[in-house]
Design a protein. Structure first.
Length: 267
């Protein structure tokens, strides 16, 4: 199951980054040098100084303004399907997230219609691979694969988006960097596995991601076959889920660029 989930996430990530790279190649020669901005601070440490916007060009002002508004703009779904409820657009100012909203995010990520489709695909691939011989074959086996995968999804979301964020007062949302080089943004998105925001807006260790996924992996040992309850198997599920969340952060970080350049913010 872990290998299948990793493969699917890697495949989607590769598709998005491939499209992003193609779009960059077609536009890099048309960007004037003076349009490049230098960003000194990450979103986790926003500047309190507000600068006034530059004068609007009367000839093409509306188009420039629209471009600025779309920069780093996240959508509720990626490609109109994949849930993206926890992503925050570049420079967007939001109030602290409440306990109620943390629970709402958990429900949205766990019981959105796309989650059932995703679990169905995972279950079919896992059964075809014979990931768990104890589940046997046929329709009853598919049902076992399905509910185990669905339980994994709900466990992980509950721990990383609600229980631990409430207990440690962490913000489970992903704040888009949106500016800087490809490598800077990649490093930033991966680093969010270890660093996040507190409810008060300050940087804090991401206990929800690391400890929360570890707890979810431990809970899964109670409903998987006895052969899958070893420390090694539990650790593999833990590391795999953290890695998947890292790839998910990369998708969230670069999705606004792909959406703007290839789909003209259609999604």
């Amino acid at each position: 199951m872990s290998r299948t989930r990793l493969f699917l996430t890697l495949f989607v990530s590769a598709c998005v980054f491939n499209q992003f790279a193609k779009a960059q190649q077609t536009t890099v020669e048309t960007i004037p040098p003076q349009s490049v901005e230098t960003v000194a601070l990450l979103p986790d440490a926003p500047s309190a100084v507000q600068t006034s916007p530059p004068p609007q060009d009367q000839t093409n002002g509306p188009s420039k303004q629209a471009s600025g508004q779309s920069e780093g703009k996240q959508t509720k779904r990626i490609l109109g399907i994949v849930p993206n409820f926890r992503s925050v657009s570049v420079d967007e100012k939001l109030p602290p997230i409440s306990i109620h909203d943390k629970f709402k995010l958990t429900l949205e990520d766990s019981f959105d219609y796309s989650s059932f489709i995703y679990v169905a695909i995972l279950s079919g691939i896992s059964q075809a691979e014979g990931s768990y011989k104890e589940f046997h074959t046929g329709p009853p086996a598919y049902a076992r694969y399905y509910w185990h995968s669905f339980a994994d999804t709900v466990d992980g979301n509950l721990m990383t988006e609600f229980l631990f964020p409430v207990a440690t007062r962490e913000d489970p949302r992903y704040y888009t960097l949106g500016r800087g080089s490809f490598f800077k943004r990649t490093g930033y998105s991966v680093s969010r596995l270890l660093i996040t925001r507190s409810d008060s807006g300050h940087r804090t260790p991401n206990f929800s991601e690391i400890v929360g996924n570890g707890s979810a992996a431990g809970i899964s040992s109670f409903y998987y076959p006895s052969q899958e309850r070893t420390w090694t198997k539990t650790g593999q599920r833990w590391v795999t889920q953290v890695g998947l969340d890292g790839f998910a952060n990369l998708l969230k970080e670069f999705w606004p660029d792909v959406n703007a350049k290839l789909f003209h913010n259609h999604y």
